[in-house]
Design a protein around this ligand. Structure first.
Ligand code: EPZ
Length: 419
């Protein structure tokens, strides 16, 4: 099991070009299964989750190769409709293949997906939507069987009880090749959904309304190949900014999606960090001690404060002057990083969905274990701000979402090595 050894206390400084978005490329890879023609996905982050998705595609009969920072996916040999259990267990986004496989093959067999342990992560909304589009669903021995009589899904009006990102994506993936029109009410508005829709439109799909609460999809017979540049990763951006805010220093993020990061930037700015943005660049300088955030930081669906940035911002606020309060409204169990931060000297109290972070003067190194992707990144940020050396295990979680993490941190002057 690999670990990061991180010695804190150095200021971070430098420029970095943001990786492509993990949460964007994964549904886009599933979408590449649909129709005919090769998809060339540029700005593809080289992550273990992306390689898991490529194994799923390979198992279905697609060709998926990587070169020069691009993934090239050719679905012409696709004939399978099953996802093996071990691949389902590797990541949550494996569920995204359900909509695409059903859209292409009219049937799909899979099991409950794995992924970060953030509390219960049911797939009831995904399944209810597929049923509305014509799927007959049963389960036996841990496997879920979906079949559409006649082989082609039909359009439907779907009212989501909550704007689930994954359910919205799955419905889109099934609806683009379905018979007729699908309307998703209370759809998720995350920028990664717009990226998926923009990719599908380039391939010939008819989709309107993404980015708003209602998405309308008109099914088409055929989708063609295309080239697409995957959007920058707003959560990786939030991570490197929070890390610099915590450790002190200055950073320029290049290839950043400034508008999409606004809900995060507007909160981070209240810590007293200087932040300037221009086109696709973000500059941050963190000098004096950070200030606590006065208003409660409530995680909400986009355009609210992103749940994926909660842990990394918390690492920075752990050393701020004063107390900040978080309210986690998306997942039931997304404060698992707080034990590790407290072990490093932080003062964080969790009361149900609320976490009270009383800023301390400094953190110290410790032996800690990453329990999920963003929690792991938060621990690394805290370690860079701490005095002494931290041994961070469980870093396979970090490799799922951050490309060349230690090289990026080292380039900024952080002392980190993988052992
Ligand atoms: C996506 O997960 C992201 N993952 C998550 O990022 C992100 O935290 C989340 O959206 C919220 O923004 C990917 O895009 C690959 P949801 P997803 O469906 O689709 C409940 C990261 O760190 N729900 O919007 O799984 C669910 O339990 C990851 O990069 C149901 O009850 O999130 C949760 O409480 C972690 N039934 C809430 O909705 C369902 O059928 C939001 O989940 C589906 C979801």
């Amino acid at each position: 099991m690999q670990k990061f050894i991180i010695t804190g206390g150095s200021r971070l400084s430098g420029e970095l070009t943001l990786q492509g978005s993990k949460n964007s490329i994964l549904p886009i890879m599933a979408a590449a299964l649909l129709g005919e023609g090769r998809s060339v996905l540029r700005n593809c982050p080289m992550l273990t989750d992306v390689f898991s998705a490529s194994r799923i595609l390979g198992g279905l009969g697609c060709r998926c190769t990587f070169s020069d920072g691009a993934a090239v996916i050719d679905p012409c040999g696709a004939s399978g409709s099953e996802i093996p259990e071990e691949l389902m267990r590797e990541m949550r986004s494996s569920i995204m293949f359900m909509g695409a496989i059903l859209g292409r093959m009219g049937e799909c067999t899979f099991s409950v997906p794995g992924g970060c342990e953030l509390g219960p992560r049911p797939i009831d909304m995904h399944l209810a939507a597929m049923r509305k589009m014509g799927a007959d669903i049963s389960d036996s021995g841990g496997r879920i069987y979906c079949r559409i009589a006649g082989g082609r899904a039909h359009g439907a009006k779907i009212n989501l009880p909550f704007p689930s990102v994954g359910a919205t994506e799955n419905i889109i993936l099934c609806a683009v090749c379905a018979d007729g029109e699908t309307i998703i009410n209370n759809a998720a508005r995350e920028p990664e959904i717009c990226d998926l829709c923009s990719f599908l439109r380039k391939r010939g799909a008819e989709i309107k309304g993404d980015g708003g609460g209602t998405i309308v999809i008109c099914g088409t017979e055929k989708l063609r190949g295309c080239e697409h540049i995957v959007m920058p990763d707003r959560i990786a951006g939030a991570t490197y900014l929070s890390m610099t805010a915590a450790a002190g220093g200055e950073i320029i993020l290049k290839n950043a999606c400034v508008a999409e990061m606004e809900p995060f930037l507007s909160v981070l700015e209240q810590t007293g960090c200087r932040i300037y943005t221009a086109e696709n660049r973000i500059y941050l300088r963190s000098g004096a001690r950070l200030r606590a955030i006065r208003e409660r930081i409530r995680t909400m669906p986009h355009p609210g404060f992103p749940t994926d940035a909660q842990a990394v911002l918390m690492a920075a606020l752990a050393v701020a002057d004063g107390a900040s309060v978080f309210e986690e409204n998306i997942f039931d169990c997304r404060y698992r990083h707080t034990d590790a931060l407290n072990k490093m000297g932080a003062d964080i109290e969790v009361l149900g969905k609320v976490a009270v972070v009383r800023g301390v003067a400094g953190l110290h190194g410790a032996d800690i274990n990453a329990t999920d992707l963003r929690g792991g990144a938060a621990m690394a940020a805290a370690a860079l701000a701490a005095e002494g050396t931290t041994c961070l295990s469980g870093i396979s979680h970090i490799d799922r979402g951050y490309e060349k993490f230690e090289e990026t941190v080292s380039c900024l002057g952080g002392k980190i090595r993988r052992v």
